[in-house]
Ligand binder design. Structure first.
Ligand code: HSE
Length: 401
């Protein structure tokens, strides 16, 4: 019998408990052993829970119980999650987390601790919710030279953009609905301003390129400045507006991770990814490109990924070495965002709109006061910003290709 513990009984933690007991029989079959949850850690009381006898407020109950060999960390935030996770790994207990902030900020330390103690620090649930992306990247796709990973990695902002555009729902109403549905972070600023997507692209970049990419090294812009007139203009010009996180291997031997709202051409498969769904495109020399798609947030989709890791922990009592990266002494391997290259969408006041280098313009507000257009040429971010100054652009947004 394998016993595990769940840290946190919020949206994800309660989902882990619910899904485990719903599918216990088949989970045990996959694990090759009987399994049960021995403890659920939470400071709150849950007197009506059918599992109330499993609740503890004392982390040491879990840490010092030798029967507990695996732990699901679903608390969120860096502390106390980091201290608890490190202590558990030092005792040889594998930890599976859904906590993006923890992995993005402290993943290198925790992976090293797991290695030193012959156990695992798993984090499939930290990127893309239900989508299996971490294991495919370091296992199934390990034979490739991966040149780029890009996609929609935040369910809340994709949900908000979809509701704003499809249902004309105001931003705040769409955000409140995302919070109600359990998609948003505790502080939804992390979703709206792109920090959550940034943490996820940090995890992907670190895993694929082997060195820890810290959130502070990534140019990050969220969706708070996106205007409905830009979304509608982009639509008329043949694009949907998405918050894209991407990392590219650049010619200089560096990598360039960024998070920005981008316009995705309708013919690109991810332009149709709506609501809370996420999609990740992986580009490599063997695969050309492959896409992963699924629910990027929510109780049971995220719990599914955590449980997959817990089952894996129970089966493997040695460290999975391929799922690892080194600490980075500096960020000299990260290219400047000024070099990010794309075609660009501009919205400019009437009278400043260029007449060359663009294929068509659109009257953004329908009153002739501003025009939207997309450049024919690929420009760096630095070049696009210079032109934006010259034409007094109100906004610029890159095109995703
Ligand atoms: N707030 C996150 C999102 C949760 O909306 O994608 C899943 O990581």
């Amino acid at each position: 019998m394998k016993k595990f513990a769940v840290l946190g009984h919020g949206v994800v933690g309660s989902g882990v408990v619910e899904l485990f007991y719903k599918n216990k029989k088949s989970i045990e079959k996959h694990a090759g052993d009987d399994m049960d949850i021995k403890y659920i850690l939470d400071l709150r009381d849950f007197p009506d829970s059918p599992y109330k006898e499993k609740f503890t407020k004392n982390f040491d109950d879990i840490l010092n119980d030798e029967e507990v060999t695996a732990v699901a960390e679903c608390m969120g935030g860096v502390e106390p999650a980091f201290t608890f996770t490190k202590k558990l790994l030092e005792k040889g207990k594998s930890v599976s987390t859904s906590n993006k902030e923890l992995v993005a900020k402290k993943g290198d330390i925790l992976l090293k601790t797991a290695k030193e103690n012959n156990c695992n620090f798993f984090f499939e649930a930290s990127v893309g919710g239900a989508i299996p992306i971490i294991r495919p990247l370091h296992r199934c796709l390990a034979g490739n030279d991966i040149t780029k990973v890009a996609g929609i990695l935040n369910g809340t902002t994709n949900f908000i953009l979809t509701k704003m555009y499809n249902d004309n729902m105001p931003f705040n109403e769409a955000l409140a609905l995302a919070q109600k549905l359990g998609y948003a972070e505790k502080d939804p600023t992390a979703d709206v301003e792109g920090h959550d997507a940034c943490r996820k692209i940090c995890i992907i970049s670190s895993l694929v390129f082997g060195k820890h990419v810290y959130p502070d090294s990534v140019y990050t812009k969220g969706i708070s400045e996106i205007q409905l007139c830009d979304v509608s203009s982009a639509d008329v010009l043949g694009y949907s507006t998405k918050l894209i996180a991407c990392v590219t291997k650049t010619g200089s031997g560096k990598i360039l991770p960024v998070v920005m709202p981008m316009l995705v051409p309708f013919e690109n498969i991810i332009s149709g990814v709506s609501d809370v769904f996420n999609a990740v495109l992986v580009y490599g020399d063997g695969i050309d490109q492959t896409m992963f798609y699924g629910r990027g947030a929510g109780k049971l989709p995220t719990a599914s990924a955590v449980l997959g890791d817990v089952i894996e922990s129970v089966k493997h009592n040695v460290t999975v070495f391929s799922q690892s990266w080194e600490s980075a002494e500096d960020d000299s391997f990260i290219d400047s965002p000024e070099n990010f290259s794309a075609r660009w969408y501009f919205r400019t006041p009437a009278g400043t709109t260029p007449t060359t280098g663009i294929s068509n313009t659109y009257d953004s507000n329908g009153d002739g006061s501003e025009y939207s257009f997309i450049t024919d040429e690929i420009l760096t971010f630095a070049q696009a910003k210079k032109i934006a100054e010259e034409v007094q652009a109100v906004t610029i947004i890159p095109v995703f290709e």
